[in-house]
Design a protein around this ligand. Sequence first.
Ligand SMILES: O=P(O)(O)OC[C@@H](O)[C@@H](O)c1c[nH]c2ccccc12
Length: 249
Amino acid sequence: MNFTDILQACKRDYVPFEGDARPGRRPLSLADFIDRAAKDGRWPVIAEIKPASPTAGRLRRIDDIEPLARSFKENGACGISVLTEPRFFGGSVESLEKARCGLPVLRKDFLFHPAQIKESYALGADSLLLISSFFSTDSLAGMIAGSRSYGMEPLVEVHSEGDIERAESAGASLYAVNNRDKDTLEVDLGRTARLAPLIDGTVVSASGIETAGQLAEALSYCDAALIGGALMRAPDPGEALRSLVYGRP
Ligand SMILES: O=P(O)(O)OC[C@@H](O)[C@@H](O)c1c[nH]c2ccccc12
């Protein structure tokens, strides 16, 4: 099981969205909330709601998204990432709306189709993940422009120097360096140290960050960190977030 397998499964299961985009909502800017956190002395952390993952299996039984999102807000998160992929991550698209609590909500999924941009907006997302290696430069540029036409700045995920080049040519401005290898699913936090300095834009380090020390290390190269598993496994996710956001190792 790797990113290619998951993408294939998502393509197989894809059902075109037929709902209404309900224009009028102005998405919140993740980059602005990252800046704001840094300015008032919080470590900028995007807290992720992820019931399961292919590597960990079931992480947490989440009966109610709303109080979890609220506790992430109260405990200093600068954004909420919500897994919407159902089969491998136990997510649901309905979770996006439930996670809205005044922080930008990022749709985390294996998106590939231009129609999924309007769908993400309609479902309440403020931003959406685009995995650079899934696209050609032209199709990525189209996905980025499409997202911006709804006021959403996409988070473009990179795993390699080639991904960075493609993302830059496509006009990305908000990046995630994923520390998890998309073929082996193994985590290497050294990837952030290698790739983040090559990127011109706002950079988020994603995956495998568990401790205050690892967070501080990631933030010495990046503007923000995205943390899922460590929060989902904690007895009290809000408390675990708080000690990362306000703790200084
Ligand atoms: O749970 P972790 O190791 O803190 O990782 C969070 C996040 O980086 C991870 O969920 C993720 C990063 N990129 C993705 C793409 C699709 C699904 C999930 C992801």
